[in-house]
Ligand binder design. Sequence first.
Ligand SMILES: [Zn+2]
Length: 492
Amino acid sequence: MTSVKFGTPERFEITLGWLKDREPRELGPAHSGWSSGELKISVGGHVLTLHKRNGKDRESVQWYLLPVFEWLADQWMSLFHEERFAWHENSSASAAISAFMATRRLIAADDELGREQYRAVQSWWFRHALRAADSSALYPDLYFRRLGNDIELSWTARQPVHAPDGFRYCLTPGTATVAVGEVVGPLWQALNWFVDSASVVEAADRHALAQLRLKLDHLNSASAPEIERYYLPQRLFARISRAKEKIGLSTESTRHPTAPAIAFMDNAVLMFGGASPDICEDDVESLLSFLLSRSGMQESPALAQLVDTTIGAPIAAPFEEGYELANALIEQLDLLDGRSFVDIAGILSDLEIEQIEQALVTDSIRGVAVAGMQFAPAILVNTTSQFNQTEAGRRFTLAHELFHILYDRARARCVTHTSGPWASPGVEKRANAFADMLLMPHELVSKYLTAFDMDGITSAAKRMRVGRSALIEHLYNLNEIDEMQREILRNG
Ligand SMILES: [Zn+2]
């Protein structure tokens, strides 16, 4: 058997080959019985299809290939463009873990709302999980999901439900994020290889193959604006399109050179990745005008020097990553120069990041950060948000948004991020941890917190210009106080 490979195993690779049928056509499945082949998938150097069968290691799954390619073609747009989950996700877990947990949480729902949510989870699963392609095949539990200008590939160690005796996957759960093109390029080639190299004899099989070819042609004819809409809920996308037209913002999404997919998503569209689907027309316009007002300018060399585009998505430990980056920045900028607090406004003005206070209609947006190659950097603080009612709260929002500006730049080297409960939880937790550590660094805490009682907390918080409850939570996260002490201080 000769096999073909698309992609690179260190990022994403799919290896395929046709197998000779051992059985006559009429004994195979009616629809796909002609398409015996083998499939191997590698991600980040791991062979995800590696399994044991009767004591032997095998790298490929051998099965009928038609269903997996039909699924790939049918789900293509959602698979590589839909970022949001169909449920409210609080954890920073990958799609593979989140979808599993959401299913487990809702499977026994006995009220109408719960059942509706369960159906939404199931249909999301169907659009993103490889196992949805063919329940009779023994594929690994692999998920594809858009993440800004990346694709998140995540998998669990769960065995296939109908695995025969002696069949076992030897995986540990994992996640990798790779550039969009590194996944869609190879998969598009694989789809085309499948339809071009298949040999069919029966009329019905020829028909199935012709249908698949039609689907590919249809996908391939989609323009960038037609594809980018899959990134957001339909209603929200329509609102953004209208507002963009009104204020004269054109679409800047870039299509992959060969595959029908958006390699780089329009910054204006990315901006609403963290916004409520119900954000009103006025706010959409306000945010887009804010973006437009910053475009066509440069960031300062001082800021450019601090930006790190290698940080990537928060995969392992959002808290630790946030703390580490804050500590490094404190040292690098020598922020503790004898003052009792960290002067976040001063840092921003040194870096020429403008701070804009604006009252949006929606209170679920805390702040918005815009920065990057085509933008003059700025932070919008939404004065309607509960968090921004105090000076301490506004300082925290500025520090949080500074994180996005420095470390959450997409592959396009820009960031247009909206912060709030609709933004990706891992991304938000990491920026929050950064803000905590930046405004309450070890050195200041140990200097000003002389007693772990209410008076001590109040006085230290005042000197550091942070909220009292923020300091209590910070001390708990740093293991300086236990749950009991936190409870007492919270109620004090
Ligand atoms: Zn944020």
